[in-house]
Design a protein around this ligand. Structure first.
Ligand SMILES: Cc1cc2nc3c(=O)[nH]c(=O)nc-3n(C[C@H](O)[C@H](O)[C@H](O)COP(=O)(O)OP(=O)(O)OC[C@H]3O[C@@H](n4cnc5c(N)ncnc54)[C@H](O)[C@@H]3O)c2cc1C
Length: 406
């Protein structure tokens, strides 16, 4: 069986490795070096407790004000509003209590066991040092700010995720450099952090190649269905035929699916990070400035401060005011960053209106598989996604024969 996986981000890399381990001939195709899309600059948080979708009833009340305020965690440039409206309408429709419960149930199924899975995978691909198991500390200035997130915390509790409430002294005992502003902490001790998302993807791809997988660097121009549910992949100047094709091209997946008439409501939620080189000792675990929706991580190469949602599409240049806002907030909150010039990055989170990724066969297109829409939690859900796709793709019969032979 020959399979093409389009996209070598964390999702495509994990799928490639899972399939190669099952003895399948896989070609992983990306126009860039593996891991240089959204998977490059994320905050590395493995957050199984984040079962609440982005579209929560409470969030919606504040959306109109947030959308037009360039300093808020959510921003939509007015010029992009007409393009975004259909997606926003679905986002709003998915925020009813019944649909939120359904999304949480489906997200939990992806998230469950994520920390143990990433510890095992990092060990398997030779980079166990990349997984930091010191928990996540969420910070709030006051009760009012905490109350705005109450729904999310209730859902974590309902799904069995344990957290501890800390006062100012408790916060300082864990993270002595947190500034005055933050008085309430909620600590999830069993959450984890990938300390270098790019190096993690590279290690997974190296393990994939060691298992016989092929990496092809080319822009995929189109996917064409052939008789017998096979697929032709036109990549760069060449084309090749495969028994199956998996689309794991992140936020750009729509550009491959639209020409086929496959409509998936996927929108880019552009996020930014600023990274202060050499300043990772500022914190010793993932710290979340929850009122600002900012994630800070002590990455291998420095202190990474990620966040903001900007619904502005795939083509606009980065809006550096968003990154400057992250920089200002973190400098106000933590001393010791004076004189350090941060590096700035923007990436495209591939987001579905209900926050639930699309993982499985493409409807009405035998042989075509979708693994996209992981939104804010693609690192967390990458292994579960790969397990699902490889489990569905490789027939149980074939597996049994191979396992017996081994
Ligand atoms: C600021 C920020 C912080 C985040 N923090 C976290 C976090 O803490 N925890 C977490 O779990 N998630 C986090 N995320 C989300 C996470 O990064 C994404 O969900 C995840 O990276 C998506 O992975 P992907 O493989 O689907 O997409 P990508 O990493 O974008 O990979 C898609 C790949 O497809 C390739 N591609 C696209 N089109 C084509 C084509 N036509 N031909 C060839 N190649 C193509 C691209 O080059 C790219 O390499 C964060 C995201 C952002 C922006």
């Amino acid at each position: 069986m020959r399979i093409a996986v389009v996209g070598a981000g964390i999702i495509g890399a994990c799928i490639g490795l899972a399939l190669a381990k099952r003895g399948v001939e896989v070609t992983l195709i990306d126009r860039d070096e593996p891991g240089h899309g959204c998977s490059y600059g994320n905050s590395g948080a493995i957050s199984p407790g984040s079962v609440a979708p982005v579209a929560m009833p409470g969030v919606l009340a504040s959306v109109p004000r947030m959308l037009l305020d360039a300093e808020s965690p959510l921003f939509l440039p007015l010029g992009y509003l007409p393009r975004a409206l259909p997606w926003l309408a679905q986002f709003v429709a998915s925020a009813t209590p019944v649909r939120v419960e359904e999304s949480a149930r489906r997200l939990h199924a992806f998230h469950e066991g994520a920390v143990a899975k990433h510890v095992a995978l990092a060990t398997e691909v030779g980079v166990p040092e990349l997984i930091l198991q010191r928990g996540h500390l969420h910070l709030y200035p006051d009760e009012l700010a905490l109350a705005k997130d109450a729904g999310g915390w209730r859902m974590r509790e309902a799904y069995g995720y344990k957290f501890e409430r800390l006062d100012r002294d408790g916060i300082l005992a864990l993270e002595p450099r947190v500034g005055e502003r933050y008085r309430i902490g909620l600590y999830l001790a069993d959450h984890a952090t990938v300390l270098n998302p790019l190096r993690y993807v590279q290690a997974i791809v190296a393990a994939f190649v060691a298992k016989g997988g092929k990496v092809q660097r080319a822009h995929v121009r189109s996917l064409q269905s052939l008789p017998g549910a096979r697929w032709r992949v036109e990549a760069g100047e060449a084309s090749a035929d495969f028994d199956h094709a998996v689309v794991a091209a992140g936020a750009w997946s729509v550009r491959l699916l639209d020409p086929m008439g496959l409509r998936v409501p996927l929108e880019s939620q552009r996020g930014y990070h600023v990274q202060f080189p050499g300043a990772s000792q500022t914190i010793s675990r993932t710290v979340i400035l929850a009122d600002k929706k900012i994630f800070m991580a002590p990455m291998e190469e420095g202190l990474r401060v990620g966040g903001t949602v900007e619904i502005g599409g795939l083509d606009r240049p980065p809006d550096l005011r968003r990154a400057a806002m992250l920089e200002r907030i973190v400098r106000e909150t933590f001393a010791g960053l004076e004189g350090i010039e941060p590096k700035t990055w923007m990436g495209h989170r591939p987001c579905m209106p209900d926050s639930v990724p699309v993982v499985g066969p493409a409807e009405g297109r035998p042989g075509l598989w979708l693994a996209l829409g992981h939104g804010h939690l693609g690192m967390t859900d990458s292994i579960a996604t790969a397990e699902r796709i490889s489990g569905m793709l490789v027939q149980p019969m074939k597996l049994t024969i191979q396992e017996k032979a081994a």
